[in-house]
Design a protein around this ligand. Structure first.
Ligand code: GH3
Ligand code: MG
Ligand code: MG
Ligand code: MG
Length: 324
């Protein structure tokens, strides 16, 4: 697997992305019920952002819940409603929690501002609001939000990369190695069966040699997709080596494991893989070694060794076969 990380990560540099200038593509929700104050905020922010003004805090909450805003500016001195309560709701609802909130307050209202900061409101401005300070504080919060979103995406992508194979989307060998021990131990404790299939595509080198490595990659991907559709959700399907796949079948008896292997072998043989946008069809067969847990096994490695030997016999017996 060449340079999977750089090819499939596809994130760009998260720091560079997050610190990029944030312009009009951010949208702000301003909750303010006095027209003159709302106009001043809109005119200052409207040059940089898409601004929506809402005088009704109940409607503002609904709007914010729809998730279209990058930041909310909330006046703490609304006529018939405690703006601080709206801030608290925005901070506690799942769907709005990630959105930065900035309070606008009268100087004598410092105590409520402090309470707001205590329950997680990100920032505040005192009236009369200074235009430059307003734009600067909003920009900081929008950037901070973008940064943590990007970071969260990057962390997810790299965590996925650690347990998934980048080419096929199957689990990788590291994932198998780290889970198989516990799975096997649990089967031993509960006296349950567990089986293993080891698959290796027949004459795969010839596919690369004839059609090129890229075509080989596509065949591998299609092969993985087909296996996935013929296994259960609880099975662990992992890319074990280049074109070798190991499937762990929890709770499967020997006969069931054998039947599953035979079905996979048939389904691979039955239909050539259509690749290069359907312009090329490549017929493939697969050999499969089957094994299952035996009472004398001391580790899952014993079981995998038998699957490997069975696979070797399947190859020698002429390929496109299941052996146990
Ligand atoms: P057989 O298993 O039937 O004995 O023959 P084979 O030609 O498949 O031989 P073997 O399993 O030993 O070799 C597998 C080949 O798969 C070797 C390598 O070039 C190719 N291969 C391994 N990983 C990849 C990959 O990620 N992409 C592509 N395109 N080819 C790969
Ligand atoms: Mg081989
Ligand atoms: Mg092979
Ligand atoms: Mg091989």
């Amino acid at each position: 697997c060449r340079a999977l990380a750089s090819r499939d990560f596809g994130m760009g540099d998260p720091l560079a992305l997050a610190t990029a200038e944030t312009g009009l593509n951010a949208s702000l929700l301003v909750v303010e019920d006095r027209a003159s104050a709302a106009d001043r905020l809109s005119s200052a922010l409207g040059q940089h952002y898409a601004v929506t003004v809402e005088a009704d805090p109940h409607k503002a909450l609904v709007l914010a819940t729809d998730g279209a805003f990058d930041l909310a500016l909330v006046s703490l001195d609304l006529q018939d409603f405690d703006g601080l309560r709206l801030c608290s709701q925005l901070r506690s609802l799942d769907r709005t929690r990630a959105m930065p909130v900035v309070m606008i307050a009268e100087p004598h209202d410092k105590a409520r501002v402090v309470r707001g900061l205590d329950f997680g409101v990100h920032d505040y401005l005192m009236r009369p609001v200074d235009r430059n300070e307003l734009v600067a504080r909003v920009r900081t919060q929008v950037r901070r939000r973008r940064f943590s979103d990007t970071l969260r995406g990057a962390v997810q992508a790299s965590m996925e990369l650690a347990i998934m194979d980048g080419l096929t989307g199957l689990h990788n060998r590291r994932y198998l190695d780290s889970h198989l021990g516990a799975l096997f131990e649990e089967a031993v404790q509960r006296g349950r069966p567990v089986a293993a299939l080891m698959l290796d595509i027949d004459r795969f080198k010839a596919i690369n040699d004839t059609w090129g490595h890229e075509a080989g990659d596509e065949v591998l991907r299609a092969f993985a997709d087909r296996i996935r559709t013929h296994t259960r959700g609880i099975d662990i399907v992992s890319r074990y080596g280049g074109e070798e796949v190991v499937i762990i079948l929890p709770d499967a008896e020997a006969t069931e494991a054998h039947a599953i292997a035979e079905r996979i072998r048939e389904r691979v043989e039955a239909l050539p893989f259509a690749i290069q946008r359907d312009t090329l069809k490549i017929a493939v067969t697969v050999s499969i070694g089957v094994s299952w847990r035996r009472p004398e096994d001391t580790s899952p490695g014993d079981m995998l060794k038998r699957a490997d030997r069975a696979l070797y016999r399947a190859k020698h017996a002429g390929r496109n076969r299941v052996e146990a």
